[in-house]
Each structure stands twice: as C-alpha cells, then as structure tokens.
Design a protein around this ligand. Structure first.
Ligand code: NCD
Ligand code: ZN
Ligand code: ZN
Ligand code: ZN
Length: 437
C-alpha cells in the first residue's frame, strides 16, 4: 500500500518515553506508527529527525471574535495563531458581538469560519434569556452550552439558583456539557481601585459559583465543565466532587505560571478574568492538574482585544489576553525542564480536552485517529507578542524564556503551517464546525 504521507524518524512518545518512530498518514487519518525501515511506501514525506511528533493541541476555550469585533480578531487571524501555535482544534466561545444565542448568529459564525479557517473549529452556544427560545437545531453544530453568571450574554438575565437549574436541565436534554465561567454577579458599582476589582472577582466568589453549579449538576445528573479555574480553593472543591467525567475543569497557562504580584497593573497587560492570583494558587493548580487530577486540561482562554483597550489604565482596560501562540512553548518547557511528564503533557494538552467534549477521533496520536499533528523542537527562545499571528500582540508572557517551538502543523493530514509560513490558503484544511463523533 502507498500512503499519502510519512513523517519519518521523529521523536515519538511511547508509554511516556521518547523513542524514534515514523507516522504514516492516509486519507486524513493516522494510518500507523512504524519503526525505522518498516514504513509503508508514500507519496510525500517529511524528515522529522530531531523533531518531536506530537498530537496537535486541542484548545477548548478560545474567543475568535469576528463579526462586529473583527478589529480584535477574525477567524483567519485567530486560526493562523492556532496553527502557528501547534493548536489543531479550537472551540469558539459564544460571547461574540452579536452573541451566539440564536441559530442565525451561529450559522453566520460557522460560514465565516468555514471560509477563513486554517484549523478545526468547534462552537459553543449561550442560552437565551427566555430558555424556551433556545433553538434545538443548534445542538448538532455545538459542543456545549456556555454561561457567564457575572456578565450574562443577555443583560436581562440573572443567574439565580433557578436559572442555573434551568440551564443545567437544558444541557442534559441536549446531551451536551454545560460550561460556565465561575464567578457571581457583582454590585453594579464600578470598582474604584484594584483592591475593589479583585474583591469583586475573589476566590471566595469563584468557589461559591462552582458550588452552586455543582448543586444543580448533582440534582439533574448533568455534565458540567468549569472554565479557567484560578484558585487553590476551587481546585479543592472540584476534587471533593469529582465523579468520573461528569465534572471536568480546565486551567489556563497564565493561572499556572503567573501571579498578580509580578505585575504593576498600571495598564491592562496582565488584566483578565479571573484575575491572576498568588504563587500558592499557581502551585496548587499545577498539583490539581498533575497530582490529584482535579483539573483535567489546559485551555488558553485566548481573548484578544485591541491595543488601545489593553494600553488603557488598569480599571478601564479590557480583560483578556491572547494565548494560542504561547500554550505549546510554555507547556513543553515544563516537560523539557522536567516539571511535567510526557504522559501528563499529552493528557492535559490533547487527550483530555478531546474526551471532555466527546471528540472520539481526536487527541491521540495512534492508528485510526485524525491526523492532527504538530512537529516541535527543542529551541531556546523568548516570547515576543510582536511575532504573533493573532491581532492581539500584548501578552503578560512578553520576554519569557521558553525551550520549545512548534515547527510544522498538520491538520487532517494537510500541512498548514511550516517554518513560519502558511502552506495552504484559509478554508482548505480542518473541519468547521467540529461535531461530536
Ligand atoms: C474573556 C473575553 O475577553 O472574552 N475575557 C477574559 O478576561 N477571560 C471572557 C472570559 O473568558 O471570561
Ligand atoms: Zn525510517
Ligand atoms: Zn471566562
Ligand atoms: Zn474566555
């Protein structure tokens, strides 16, 4: 048999250990993993000596904006950032303008993304103020329902106990997970200083919010996913309530590696929700990810804003930072500096996110899975926002030393990105929308 492509003699992780293998790709799937000299015939090949052959990252929390917020990011630049960052699948959040609360907006986003994307793009929908207005026709094209208790997509909505229960019921009826931003509604009064801002988005509030969703989750036997856990106490609460895969959680690289005290907070460079916490939280989140498994996966919460919105004084600045181009270098640096095992890396960056959303053909580099692959190498470098493909170039990781670099990104067997350049046009590789298998 002649396969489409063979990735030859790369460094491959087998049972948690580095070994040399070749990966064959046929019809957008992984055809097999071979020892040197045993590879099948091929039409095309890539010499992978010295390169790690890894599953592409699956980032289940990104904001690709577009529509009326294309000045912040659009599907083209957002997915270029993904491909350049070794991320082969992204799942786009519904807090766009307009927000995804109806089928028309979802369809608009899907058709834009279909035309412009370089990687696989999945979607979430929000839940309309009047739950009966939820259009069940959206279900096949979304991977979950997402709610924001502190800042509802429809300003009329209050996330009372009853509202949370209704949303949970809807997710159960739809057969998809309910995802939520763990925070509670704050007083209408704008914070006047950083202390007030932090108090409005405290760990206490994060914990309270998670508890109220867990209560509803237990009542209705729902699938619940906690977005961007930022506090040690939240990780502890999730750990206490773990029940296989019915309660899952993610953490961002910035909540793992940065703490609030490291920044002057004059402007919005390090402003995001939830805010950066303490070094103790950093440490306990890493433990939750790798020791107790209270947290399942890493997600970037790629949240691009315009330059002027981030350069404003802290209280006026927009919350959110770009993340698609920093996750892989940061996480692989943990591996190369021996703070993270290969097994944990593969789980938290690729296989767990696929499992959480039921993407059964993704997240693992093995025969029969989708050929979503990144080739990366050990290379010392520095994170520079000016090098990002994302429109958002202001990052709190600016100047940080990293030891890894994605070189080639393959989506469904198609080489999309190689050595700093794009090999295909937009809309060619990748599935839009990603649907549950
Ligand atoms: C996100 C955004 O800008 O859309 N901002 C953020 O600070 N994380 C919203 C969110 O993820 O809560
Ligand atoms: Zn060989
Ligand atoms: Zn959020
Ligand atoms: Zn977000």
């Amino acid at each position: 048999m002649t396969v489409d492509m063979v990735l030859k003699d790369g460094i491959f992780i087998e049972n948690g250990r580095e070994t040399v293998r070749s990966v064959a790709i046929e019809a957008s799937k992984i055809e097999g993993v071979y020892r040197h000299g045993e590879e099948p015939q091929y039409l095309d090949s890539i010499d992978c000596r010295g390169l790690y052959i890894l599953p592409g990252l699956i980032d289940i929390h990104v904001h690709l904006r577009d529509l009326k917020e294309s000045d912040k990011e659009d599907y083209e630049t957002g997915t270029m950032a993904a491909a350049a960052g070794g991320v082969t699948t992204v799942v786009d959040m519904p807090n766009s303008n307009p927000p995804v609360l109806d089928k028309r907006t979802l369809d608009d986003k899907i058709s834009r993304a279909h035309e412009l994307s370089y990687v696989n793009v999945g979607f979430y929908a929000g839940i309309p103020h009047n739950i009966d207005d939820f259009d069940v026709q959206m279900i096949r094209n979304i991977l979950g329902l997402k709610v924001y208790p502190h800042s509802p997509l429809d300003k009329r909505t209050n996330y009372t106990r009853d509202r949370i229960r209704e949303c949970t019921k809807l997710a159960v009826a739809s057969g998809i997970p309910l995802l939520f931003h763990p925070d509670i509604a704050t007083q209408k009064k704008e914070p006047e200083n950083i202390e007030e801002f932090l108090l409005a988005h405290s760990c206490e509030n994060e914990v309270k919010s998670v508890q109220s969703f867990i209560d509803a989750k237990i009542e209705y036997e729902a699938r619940l996913h906690v977005c961007h856990v930022s506090c040690a106490a939240t990780a502890r609460l999730i750990h206490k309530n773990r029940a296989e895969d019915t309660l899952t959680a993610e953490v961002t690289p910035h909540h793992l590696f940065l703490s609030g005290g490291d920044f002057p907070h004059d402007d919005g460079v390090a402003k995001m929700l939830p805010p950066l916490r303490s070094p103790y939280d950093n440490k306990m989140l890493m433990e939750a990810l790798c020791k107790t498994w209270a947290i399942d996966c890493v997600a970037s919460d790629h949240a691009p804003h315009e330059k002027w919105e981030k350069a404003a004084p802290f209280l006026k600045a927009a919350s959110g930072i770009p993340g698609l181009e920093t996750t892989l270098p940061l996480m692989l640096t943990e591996v190369f500096e021996k703070r993270l095992t290969w097994i944990d890396y593969l789980r938290v960056c690729s296989s767990a996110p696929a499992r959480i959303l039921g993407l059964e053909t993704k997240g693992i580099l093995s025969k029969g899975y989708d050929a979503d692959i990144v080739l990366a190498r050990i290379q010392e470098g520095t994170i520079r926002g000016s090098n990002f493909f994302s429109k958002a170039k202001i990052t709190p990781f600016e100047g940080r030393r990293v030891l890894a670099r994605p070189i080639t990104t393959i989506v469904g067997g198609v080489v999309v990105f190689d050595n700093g350049e794009f090999f295909t046009g937009p809309g060619i590789a990748g599935r839009v929308p990603v649907q549950k298998s």
